[in-house]
Design a protein around this ligand. Structure first.
Ligand code: MN
Length: 194
């Protein structure tokens, strides 16, 4: 089975100026595509040749895990952004956020803090814990699915995600990320994972 990088759900320049066309050309077009290409080369002739990305995340190690997980993570990340944002979550997801963190603002604050303080390369995730939610940082290609947790939102804090637009200013990238999150999509993920 050959893995493919799905098309973005928006144009390359749709997230300007918060995430530039140039960033997406490199981040989506080069980095994410390279993980998919590497994965296809690595799995040929192995027991993961016909495995889903989820099974690779749960069962593989080393380069196959790294490239498989990064392929999944990037698709999930890009698919959770939108140029036409509903600014705040509502309904069951908002209730879960308030139950778990006190308020939407407090969740954003805790998530942003985890993203700003993650050392080196990695991801920050909003994951489901039954109906409740938790914030989980992972290093490098890490993915909470490996620990049987259900992610509904992620932020890529590898330097390649923001360096062209923000250089060393990761906190500014995190601030602007909140204005791109597709809350309608995150609500859908929450409902589907209950
Ligand atoms: Mn990335």
């Amino acid at each position: 089975m050959k893995h493919e990088l799905p098309a973005l759900p928006y144009a390359l320049d749709a997230l300007e100026p918060k995430m530039s066309k140039k960033t997406l050309e490199f981040h989506y077009g080069k980095h994410a595509q390279t993980y998919v290409n590497n994965l296809n080369n690595l799995i040929a002739g192995t027991k993961f040749e016909n495995a889903s990305l989820e099974d690779i995340i749960k069962g593989a190690d080393g380069p196959i895990f790294n490239n498989g997980s990064q392929a999944w993570n990037h698709t999930f990340f890009f698919d959770g952004l939108t140029p036409k944002q509903k600014p705040e979550p509502t309904g069951e997801l908002l209730e879960a956020i308030e139950m778990s963190f006190g308020s939407f603002g407090s969740m954003k604050e805790q998530f942003s803090k985890a993203a700003a303080s993650l050392f080196g390369s990695g991801w920050v995730w909003l994951v489901m814990d039954g109906k409740e939610l938790d914030i989980v940082p992972t290093s490098n290609a890490g993915n909470p699915i490996r620990d049987n947790r259900k992610p509904i939102l992620c932020l890529d804090v590898w330097e390649h995600a923001y360096y062209l637009d923000y250089q060393n200013r990761r906190p500014d990238f995190i601030t602007n990320f909140w204005e791109l999150v597709d809350w309608a999509k995150i609500e859908k993920r929450y409902k589907e994972s209950l």
